[in-house]
Design a protein around this ligand. Structure first.
Ligand code: ACM
Length: 520
């Protein structure tokens, strides 16, 4: 009996002819055309085989033909494997790369650890015909490196794991109250001061710090390296620079940019979690600072979207600040929400003037959404519905299904301080198109992403434990056709990708594993 190979995310169409497999050996050639060079380069590095090698015999061929766009779009591909060879054809370079990632999953998991030496250097790719294309264009994961820093090596590993899942947007949460993590040449104190905090809340004892300084930041050179590394894997990096709230670390470095006329104004890099009162003050020097920061950010990140945060900006300081009140009056802003909107709108214009687009958390809608802005819905799906109806693009990141810092359980989740749970099954059940959104607006939903907020995720092992396999489930939500979704089938295919994780040393949550109720 022919068995359907276990691919995650599930391809749009997969057919298994009863035919002889392709046999991959160290003598296999990788042939490709110029546009498929990035995909071929990844594959040849991974297999340790030379790309472009000539010579007769069965080969892996990778090609790009724009005429295929009608069938598979820019990110889709066709893969055909049999005794005569493996052919991956795509309409664009990204599709060729995803075809290669599918080929990867057709090879035995051992290859992740031992390369071509596994299985005595002779491995089979089952005969298969695949036609595949993603459901959504924004398939992301957000990593918070402010609450706990991640090394460049860890960030690259995260990107590698995203690539295996055909995810294509890495949302890098670089700035928050507990640490500023991106070097800005014009404002060196952002990282001299803003990247370091005195201590971190203890997880075992509420209200106490651990007494251990924590920090770190990425130099611009490191950021460029990460962006290039991601690009080789067809992943766009979306940097997040929070404003007007979540700005304590920046204000600790440059206190004059805050609401200095508010009693007890004393910004510092925060050593506790939760929502902090600090916001930027509406002053010419603050706006200049933000423009300068975004100028450097745009030089580092070539992608279209720039995330400006916008969530949980407390209005208390603006209410108390005579300066902020006078600014609002002079600019015809009727309340603090409109002042928040003023920050967002001028940043939106700054970015639009430079050919970029702003995206922010759903609070940016309060007080009016800037015309070209896109919105990331995290609190409630209703914000996405509203924004999409008004013609704004939206990305779905609801805490109910995509916050993987919440406990992975089905038990009602009081295991962590969030008091929230998102089981593997719940993550898999997520449907990104809101139920009450009219079909005419569905195209406004660009896709979705998984969130890894790191207050309670200090180390990398824990990060992988919280991320996987829930991000694996979400990758299928975002890639595979809705009609192919089947949790029981997913769990069976999951076994195979988890075996791959084992060889790669990914510390996923084992108790999320399917039990053996379908043994055999
Ligand atoms: C958020 O969770 N504050 C976006």
């Amino acid at each position: 009996m022919t068995k359907t190979p276990a691919i995650v995310p599930a391809p749009r169409e997969i057919n298994v002819p009863s035919a002889a497999p392709f046999v991959l050996t160290a003598a296999t050639a990788i042939r490709h055309d110029a546009a498929a060079a990035p995909a071929a380069a990844w594959l040849s590095r991974w297999l340790g085989l030379k790309a472009g090698a000539a010579g007769p015999g069965p080969a892996i061929s990778i090609s790009v033909d724009p005429a295929l766009a009608g069938e598979v779009g820019g990110e889709g591909y066709r893969l055909s494997a049999g005794a005569g060879g493996v052919a991956i054809r795509a309409a664009a370079p990204a599709g060729a790369f995803y075809g290669v990632q599918t080929l990867r999953q057709l090879l035995p998991p051992d290859i992740e650890q031992s390369g071509l030496r596994a299985q005595n250097g002779r491995m089979e790719v089952p005969a298969v015909e695949i036609s595949d294309a993603p459901r959504f264009g924004w398939r992301g994961a957000m990593l918070d490196v402010s609450r706990h820093f991640a090394s460049v090596a860890e960030v690259k590993r995260f990107i590698d794991l995203m690539a295996l899942h055909k995810l294509n947007v890495f949302h890098w949460h670089l700035v928050d109250d507990q640490g500023w993590r991106i070097e800005i040449k014009k404002y060196p104190r952002l990282t001299e001061i803003g990247a370091w905090r005195a201590e971190t809340p203890r997880r075992d004892e509420e209200g106490r710090g651990d007494g251990v300084p924590h920090g770190g930041f990425y130099t611009q050179e490191e950021i460029r390296a990460v962006v290039a590394y991601a690009a080789e894997r067809f992943i766009t990096v979306v940097p997040e620079i929070e404003l007007p709230g979540h700005s304590s670390a920046a204000l600790a470095a440059y206190p004059h940019l805050g609401n200095t006329d508010v009693p007890e104004y004393q910004p510092m890099v925060r050593c506790h979690w939760g929502i902090i009162m600090e916001t930027y003050a509406p002053k010419p020097e603050t706006f200049q600072f933000l423009d300068d920061v975004f100028t450097e950010v745009l030089q580092l990140f070539p992608g279209t979207f720039v995330h400006i945060g916008g969530d949980e900006a407390m209005k208390d300081q603006w209410e108390k600040s005579a300066h902020a009140q006078a600014f609002m009056k002079a600019n015809g802003l009727k309340d603090a929400h409109e002042l928040q909107s003023h920050f967002v709108r001028r940043t939106e214009k700054f970015l639009a003037d430079r050919g970029r687009r702003l995206i922010g958390w759903d609070e940016i809608q309060e007080g009016g959404l800037a015309p070209g802005a896109a919105m990331m819905a995290w609190r409630d799906v209703k914000w996405a519905v509203q924004a999409a109806r008004m013609g704004h693009d939206v990305v779905m990141a609801p805490h109910t299904h995509t916050y993987f810092n919440f406990t992975e359980s089905n038990t009602g989740g009081d295991e962590d301080r969030w008091g929230m749970e998102t089981s593997l099954e719940k993550a898999y059940s997520y449907e990104p198109i809101p139920e009450d959104l009219e079909p005419a607006h569905h195209a406004r939903v660009l896709g979705g992403q998984g969130q890894l907020w790191r207050e309670d995720i200090p180390g990398w092992a824990r990060l992988e434990y919280m991320t996987f396999p829930r991000l694996t489930a979400l990758s299928e939500v975002l890639w595979s056709p809705a009609k192919r979704k089947d949790f029981a089938d997913f769990r069976e295919r999951l076994r195979r990708i988890l075996a791959r994780f084992d060889r790669m040393g990914v510390g996923y949550r084992r108790s999320a594993l399917p039990t053996k109720e379908k043994a055999g």
